[in-house]
Design a protein around this ligand. Structure first.
Ligand SMILES: [Ca+2]
Length: 225
């Protein structure tokens, strides 16, 4: 053992006051799945049955200041304008102007931001879609948006996970809501989701407490229940 001092994490505390839920049941065997999942955003009847597919291309906007929790639970009752009407050309000057951040590689710091926000294109190399370091902040709100194309109307089981709280809409309908600052598990919840023929719109509203901020949608060929 070296006796050099090792820098400790700054251990930023989330100011949102939401409790942590460590009780998720993992339904996906990540050792089997993650090395084999393929990126995609256009799906035919065949492609969806061959193996695991993750949605890799997104537009991401944020950070805004996240609102404090209600008794440990992130309050999703407020609806933001872009949840009603999507506009990828929208510009905002209401973003966070100060941030602390620490990513999954424990790169961390604090600095100031302009507060100016616009949608940024992001292609994720991994199943988990990570908020890029330039946008990462503690106690922050983000939105991520994508459109996926299905050649036929399809119902699929989708393994959804978020770090931290998230509400996810497919074609306006909420398919996932996690209102705790929970640990990220790739198989956090499996939802049976209906995708219509043609373009399907997916909107993720994501709240980060501290540390990395990420989510994933993994389309599963079959889940043994
Ligand atoms: Ca986090």
């Amino acid at each position: 053992m070296s006796d050099e001092e090792v820098l400790k994490s700054l251990a930023f505390q989330s100011g949102l006051g939401a409790s942590q839920d460590r009780s998720q049941v993992v339904k996906i065997n990540k050792e089997d799945v993650l090395p084999n999942a393929m990126p995609g955003r256009r799906f035919s009847a065949n492609s969806s049955r061959k193996g695991y597919l993750y949605i890799d291309t997104w537009h991401i906007i944020g950070p805004w200041d996240a609102e404090a929790s209600d008794n440990g639970v992130i309050n999703f009752t407020k609806i933001y304008p872009l949840e009603r009407r999507m506009d990828l050309d929208a510009r905002y000057t209401t973003g966070k102007t100060k941030r602390q951040f620490s990513d999954e590689r424990e790169y961390q710091g604090e600095d100031t931001l302009t507060g100016k926000l616009s949608w940024k294109f992001y292609q994720s190399p991994t199943v988990e879609v990570r908020i890029p370091r330039g946008q990462l902040a503690n106690d922050a709100l983000y939105f991520a948006y994508t459109e996926v194309f299905f050649e036929e109307a399809t119902t699929l089981d989708v393994a959804i996970a978020s770090d931290d709280a998230a509400r996810i809409r497919v074609n306006g309908k909420v398919v996932f809501e996690d209102n705790l600052l929970s640990k990220y598990e790739i198989g956090e919840q499996v939802r049976r989701v209906h995708f219509k023929k043609g373009i399907n719109k997916i909107l993720v509203r994501l709240v980060n407490g501290t540390g990395p901020c990420r989510f994933s949608l993994l389309l599963t060929p079959e889940i043994k229940k």
